[in-house]
Ligand binder design. Structure first.
Ligand SMILES: [Zn+2]
Length: 155
């Protein structure tokens, strides 16, 4: 691929960590488990440099984990991590804004937001005019989400 995202290289790296030997089966063994932002740009498994938005993925079958850049995770594994990163940018810029559906599901799954907050998000995420109390709840959720996005190099 001409844009620096080498699919063959990524595929070989992922297959080596998977149980299945066929790509179409192997990719299904993987699950998105975390997202982080690198302080120092890193190199994706595909060879692309620089990557700053990192996605941690784990293989359900082998238990192997690795990090892949946001673009490859979306393009080759089909996870919409780009939408999660977009949510993070949106609420970082304006804490009154709401995270999107993908981010809501992801952070709930990861235990960052609880069941009540998950329900609250479902019913209010598209709303612009929240009550004072609702806005406070949204802020709490947003702060939890921002705190959950790991920053590399600071730990
Ligand atoms: Zn890549």
């Amino acid at each position: 691929m001409a844009d620096g995202y080498n699919f063959q290289q990524l595929k070989a790296a992922i297959l080596a960590l998977s149980r299945a030997s066929e790509w179409e089966a192997a990719r299904l063994e993987w699950k998105l488990v975390g997202i982080s932002e690198a302080d120092e740009p890193e190199t994706c498994l595909c060879g692309h440099f620089p990557i700053v938005e990192l996605c941690s993925i784990t293989n359900r079958v082998t238990g192997n984990s690795t990090d892949v850049g946001n673009v490859c995770v979306k393009r080759f594994l089909g996870f919409r991590s780009d939408l999660i990163f977009a949510s993070i940018k949106r609420i970082r810029k304006d804490v009154d804004k709401s995270i999107g559906a993908e981010a809501t599901v992801f952070f709930h799954e990861r235990g960052v937001i609880n069941d009540w907050e998950y329900q609250f998000q479902q019913s209010t995420h598209a709303k612009r005019n929240l009550s004072v109390k609702q806005l406070a709840s949204r802020h709490t959720i947003n702060r939890k989400v921002l705190a959950a996005v790991a920053r590399r190099g600071l730990s």
